[in-house]
Design a protein. Structure first.
Length: 258
């Protein structure tokens, strides 16, 4: 299941990164939303790397090359933090007033750095050849704490991404930009799926700690599906918004020219 879901996600990420990078290069001379264009390309790229780490053959190969158990898990989680943080920076650049933009960007960067700074020592303290950083090893306290830090960050950032995307979707729909609005609505829905993914894994960890976990076999199916759907829908939605914005710009240019 993981190989199919995350392999498909990797293909979508590669296509999204190529389109986003091309658009960023075409618009490189424009200062407006430069941070957003760069952050979107970085987000798609690191997401592609992260989901590749989650494909079992790639995971095994990476761990054999590095000689470190759980190296692929750590790489995937770091990429997930960078992915969520980059999307936050993109949306902040799109939606926040210039007067508070720098402070808003720095706050989110600091939040991501703090989460990574908390995850790394937890990982070092809990990693072992007999331990995997998955819900299957929720009995190991260090694994549970590490995963909860990571999942809380994903839930918070995806919640903000959903809020910002829904707000921009409403305003662009009122402005008559249907494609942009549809893309942002799909992106917001994808972010909600990201929250659901964090809630799925987190709820298993919490109920396991309380002594009444729900069946692990269900969690191991539900969580990858939610994560995969969130990645595919978010990249598709943001690409739709990007294409819609270009179409709107061309329509405006034609109207001005006539």
């Amino acid at each position: 299941m993981d190989g199919i879901v995350f392999g498909l996600c990797a293909l979508v990420c590669i296509a999204g990164t190529a389109l986003s990078g091309r658009e960023a290069w075409r618009q490189r001379a424009r200062a407006e939303y430069r941070i957003a264009r760069f952050a979107r390309t970085v987000a798609f790229g690191v997401c592609g790397v992260g989901v590749l780490f989650a494909v079992p053959p790639v995971e095994s190969f990476f761990e054999s090359v590095t000689g470190m158990n759980n190296a692929a898990k750590l790489g995937a989680h770091i990429c997930a933090v960078l992915w969520c943080g980059s999307l936050q920076l993109m949306l902040v650049d799109w939606s926040y007033n210039r007067d508070v933009l720098k402070a808003s960007l720095y706050a989110r960067i600091a939040f991501g750095v703090c989460v990574l700074a908390a995850m790394l020592p937890l990982f070092i303290g809990a990693t072992d050849e007999s331990v995997e950083f998955t819900t299957e090893f929720a009995k190991v306290p260090g694994v549970t704490v590490y995963l909860m830090v990571y999942l809380c960050y994903v839930a918070v950032t995806c919640g903000e991404i959903a809020f910002l995307c829904f707000g921009m979707a409403l305003s662009t729909r009122q402005g008559g930009h249907a494609w942009i609005a549809r893309g942002l609505t799909l992106s917001a829905t994808a972010a909600i799926l990201g929250v659901a993914y964090a809630a799925s894994k987190g709820s298993y960890l919490v109920t396991h700690y309380l002594g009444h976990p729900w069946p692990l076999r269900y969690e191991e199916v539900v969580s990858p599906l939610l994560a995969g759907l969130a990645v595919i829908a978010l990249i598709t939605g943001l690409t739709m918004a990007m294409v819609g914005k270009r179409l709107a710009s061309r329509k405006t240019a034609v109207s001005v020219g006539t």
